[in-house]
Design a protein around this ligand. Sequence first.
Ligand code: IVH
Length: 658
Amino acid sequence: MDLKERIGRLIEKLNELSYWYYVKDTPKASDAEYDRLFDELAELEKQDTSLIRKDSPTQRVGSEPAAEFGQFLHSPPMLSLQKAYTMDELALFLEKVNRFLGNDLEQEHELHLEPKFDGLSCEIIYENGDFIKAGTRGNGIQGEDISFNAKTIRSIPMKINRSETLMIRGEILIKKEDFSKLNKEQAAEGLPLFANPRNAAAGSIRQLDPRITSKRPLFFIAYDLLGIELSTHAQKIEALETMGFRTSGRSGIFSTAEKTFEFFRELEEIRDRLCFEIDGVVAKINSIETQGRLGAVSHNPRWAIALKFKAREESTVLNDVFFSVGRTGAITPVAVLDPVEISGAVIRNASMHNREIYIALGAAPGDKVLVKRAGDVIPKVVKVLDSGGNEMIPFPEHCPSCGSDIHFQEGSPIAKCINPLCHTMIKERIYHFVSKAGFDIDGLGPKQIDRFMELKIITSIPDIFKLKDHPEIRLLEGFGERSFQRLTDSINSAAHVPFYRLISALGIDEVGEVTAKLLTRHFSALEELMSASADSLSGIEGIGPVVAASIYEYFNDPGNIKMLEEMISNGVVLLYPDNNKGKGPLSGLNFIFTGSLSSLSRSEAKRMVEDAGGKVLSAISGKIDYVVAGEAAGSKLKKARALNLKVIGEEEFKGLFK
Ligand code: IVH
C-alpha cells in the first residue's frame, strides 16, 4: 500500500471513530487507540506534506492564534423565535397560524417538536461536500467568522457527501458534566467561573487561539438545513443525520396543542437527566410549503414557536455570607440573599460550594449575583453580575462550630473541620442518618434531635436505638405517652434496614444511594465491606480511586468501627439482598407511576416499592399490577384505563405500606 492510500485509510478510520464518539455517543475505540492512529497519521503526513487532506483530523487545529474574528454574513438572516409558556399561549399561536392561512381556526397541522438547546447558534457552510466556513449568529444578519474554532469541534464533519451549497444551522453546546469540570479547573487556577454551560460554550468558541478551543469538549447539534428542496422539517433532520450530523435525537410530531404540551411536560420532567442543558421545546410546522406561506414577521418566523420552561436563574443581592459545617466536616460558604422567587419557590439562602469556588466567585456583600435552582438540588450562586464594591468576607480559619483549626488539604478544594467531637458535625450526621436518604425514621427530625442532643439523651448515632430506654421523653413538652410509643415503634421498624440503606445513611464522603447499591452488589455482608482493601474497592466498575479511598478510610477509622458495633448491638438488623428476596409484602407486584405525587418524590415512592420487594416499571403493559396516578397524570393513565389496569391514588398507595 502506498503512502497516499495508508493516509486515506487512517483518515477514514479516525473520522469514523469521531463520528461514533461525538455524534452517536457510542465510542468504538479507547482514547489511547484513537491517539495511536492519530499520531501514526501525523507521522505519515510529515513524510509528504502534499498528501495532507482537508478532512484530515490533523487539520482541525490551526497552529496560530488569530488577531481578531472576521465578519460572517447570514443570508437569509438567522431569526429568533416567539415564546410561549402555557398551553393557552400555544393554542393562540396555532389559531394565529390558521387565521393567517385563512383556514378554519380548528384546522390541525403537524408540528415537529424538538428540544430547545441552550447554547449558542451557529451556521456552517459547505460547498462541494467541503466545510467552507462557520459563523455565530450575531445580530442575525452579521455574526463573527469562527471557522478556525468550529473546525476543532469533532461533531462537525469536514466533509459531507452532498455537492450542493448547503447552510447548516444548529447549536454549539458543552455537556453539563464537562461544564462542571471546566469550572473546577477554572477555580483551581483562580480564574473566573462560567455562569452556566451556555456561557462556557460561548467563552470557548470566542477564543482567538483555536488550540484552547480544541481542548474544550464542544458539540454541535444541527436543527436546520438550507439549500436542498425538501417537503418537511422531519426530512431535513433525516438528511442532516445521513450527512453525519448530530441532531437532537428526541423529536416528535404531533398535531394538537394538548399532545404538544404533553411532550413539553415530559421533556421538562427529564431535563435534569439530559447531558445538555435545554430550556424548552421548539415547535415547527412540519410542512415546508406551509412554512413558506406563513413567512416571518419582524425577527420571528410565523411557523415556529419556543415553548419555554420556567426560568431557574434569577438575579438578586447578596447580603451576607455564613459558613456552615456539614456532616463530613466540610465547611460550606452559604449566601444570605434578598429573597427571590425562582420557579415557584422563595430562595433566601444559596450554596457557594466550597472554599475554592467561593474565592473564584469573589462574591462580597452588596454584589448583584446570579442564583440558579436546578431540579431538587440546593440553589447555588453561580456568578457575580455586578459588584457593590465591598470586600469579600474572608474564609474562616477555625471551625465556626467548635473553633478547632480548619484543615486545608493539598489538592482538595474543600476545607474541613476534622475534630471528631465537633458538635455540629455529629448533629448533621445524625440528621442525615435518620433522613429519607438513610433510615427514614418517622417522627425523628432535626427538631427532635436538637432537643434530645441538648438533653444528652442522644450523643451519637447508636443512641437513637436506645431511645426506648428513656421514658422521661414522655414528660417533655409536646411529647406524651402516645407520641413516645409512636416514636419507639417507628425506630423499631426502621431498625430492620436493607444493607444499602445503612451504607447511604452513614454519610460517607462521596457515597450516595447509587454507590451504596453498587457496593451491596459486591459485598454480601457488612463485615466483608469493612475489611475490603482500597484496591479491591477501586476495582469495582463505577467506583473511582477518590470514592474508594473515602470508603476505605471510613471503615478503617476506629471511631466509626466502634459506632457500627454499638449500633448493631443496640438492635439494628441488616437485611441483605438475598435474605430479602421474595419476602417483601409487595414481592411479585409491578408498579408504574404517572403524574406527580404531592407528599412523595418519584424516587421515594420507587424506593418504598423496591424495599418492600416490588418492582417499578416504566412502560404500561399487561404486567402492571398497580398504576399509581398523581396529579396531572398524562398519557400513561389513559393507556392504563384502556387496558383496564388497577389505578390507585396517592393515599391508597401509601396505605399499601401501613
Ligand atoms: S430553530 C427560525 N430549533 O433558539 C427558527 N432553534 O430564539 C430558528 N435553538 O437562536 C431556530 N434549539 O439558537 C431552533 N431545536 C432548535 C433550537 C433552536 C435551540 C435556539 C437557536 C435560536 C434560538 C431561537
